[in-house]
Design a binder for this molecule. Structure first.
Ligand code: MG
Length: 426
């Protein structure tokens, strides 16, 4: 018998955003549901029923109105506060089943199940599935494999074939080769469009063919990154579980406006709001930024006078203080703003990111960690994490926002806002 040292499971929520919409709205069961991107632009999530009708991913909403109407498709704006909270709940449940977990995306996590080999893994995975659906209402599929890449493939099988009831284990599976032969090479985790094209050109069309290609050829054409994928397909783990995501080298926050913005004040409000979010992320990863960049742009897809400009400003000392970062952004905006344009978007970027422990003190400056700002920000973060994101904020952000995203069809934020909690009338 082959000995398997590593057992990875990929738990992936089915049609996550569409499934979230169904939790508090049982009328949506069995009905086609789609969720739109920011500003209600394109389709970013589809329920199985919506897929069956043939609504493609990334379909522009305005071009598909008739189709939506014809099939009674329920259309929603994205509700990230709600999806994010549901995601945290799902991940919380998963951690009860293994101490080793990597949150890979909003709706996917890798679990390492080493040490669980004595158990019936399929049963264990079913237990996990049942717990998640009972406690959150979110259906999920679980694929099990000796490597992360094979767990991904197993997950695909679990999801696509109803007969497996949402769980598939590819470890020592007698039909492993047949399964790999049914997976297109471009669908293998880590094979992007560029590699996929190259492999096809050389007649390597399936995961099986990729697995059986010589190391030398792969190394020459796909570098060691591709070689890792091939070894993973052979069952040799090369991609470790990342329990803590690496600190980001650059943090961006930007959004298109729901309606065009013309005044400097409104631009400053939006920039302050994005900067507040970016600064909180910065502090959360215990980092400081050395410079900021800000940009403003008109809508280049519209026939209006065009203007876009960005400016990078070095900070006197690396900081994570929201008020300092917003002040710098405002000064930059004063310099690049021009009247007479309809702005579509602004964004901020924090760069030159260093660890907050990495700063070399200097006789003439106060480090961020020793400054009043640092204490103030700590307090603000604590209050906001306890009472909600905008409990304490800078006045610059303002109160009435004409520029916020268009989200005409957003469902209530059931789980994160007291005033939007589900009411049941009996
Ligand atoms: Mg998913």
């Amino acid at each position: 018998m082959k000995i398997v040292q590593n057992i990875y499971a990929l738990a992936d929520c089915n049609n996550f955003y569409a499934s979230c919409e169904r939790i508090f709205n049982p009328k949506l069961k069995g009905v086609p549901v789609v969720v739109l991107s920011n500003n209600d632009g394109i389709v970013i999530a589809r329920s199985n029923e919506a897929k069956a009708i043939g609504i493609p991913m990334a379909a522009p909403a305005f071009k598909n109105r008739e189709l939506f109407e014809k099939y009674g498709v329920k259309v929603f704006s994205s509700n990230y506060a709600f999806y994010g909270d549901m995601s945290a709940r799902v991940m919380d449940i998963l951690t009860e089943f293994t101490p080793e977990l990597e949150i890979y995306s909003i709706d996917e996590a890798f679990l390492r199940l080493n040490g669980f080999e004595k158990m019936n893994l399929l049963n264990y995975a079913q237990q996990i599935r049942r717990a998640v659906i009972r406690w959150t209402g979110i259906p999920l599929s679980i694929g099990i494999g000796p490597t992360k890449t094979l767990a991904k493939i197993a997950n695909r099988i679990a999801k696509k074939n109803p007969k497996y009831d949402g769980v598939f284990n590819i470890i020592n599976h007698p039909e492993c080769d047949k399964i790999l032969d049914s997976i297109e090479v471009g669908d293998v985790w880590g094979i992007g469009p560029r590699y996929s094209k190259l492999l096809r050109k050389h007649n390597i069309l399936t995961a099986l063919q990729l697995r059986d290609t010589s190391d030398n050829w792969i190394k020459e054409n796909l570098t060691v990154v591709g070689l890792r994928t091939v070894w993973e397909l052979q069952g040799k783990p090369c991609i470790e579980l990342e329990k803590a995501p690496p600190a980001k080298k650059c943090i961006t926050s930007s959004r298109s406006f729901g309606e065009a913005v013309e005044t400097l004040d409104k631009l400053k409000e939006a920039a302050a709001s994005y900067m507040t979010r970016a600064a909180a992320k910065l502090r959360n990863q215990h980092s400081l930024a050395s410079f900021i960049q800000i940009y403003i742009t008109t809508n280049r897809f519209k026939d209006v006078p065009q203007y876009s400009k960005s400016l990078t400003v070095k900070l006197p000392i690396p900081t994570a203080s929201t008020s300092e970062l917003v002040r710098t952004a405002n000064q930059a905006l004063d310099k690049i703003y021009k009247t007479g344009y309809k702005y579509k978007k602004t964004g901020v970027i924090l760069g030159g990111i260093i660890s907050d422990k990495q700063m070399q003190p200097d006789l003439f400056m106060t480090l961020y960690s020793d400054s009043q700002y640092s204490k103030l920000m700590k307090t603000v973060d604590e209050i906001n994490s306890r009472w909600g994101r905008h409990t304490v904020k800078l006045a610059t952000i303002g109160f009435k926002h004409s520029w916020t995203m268009r989200q005409a069809m957003r469902s209530p934020r059931y789980t994160t806002r007291w005033d939007e909690i589900k009411v049941i009338n009996i």
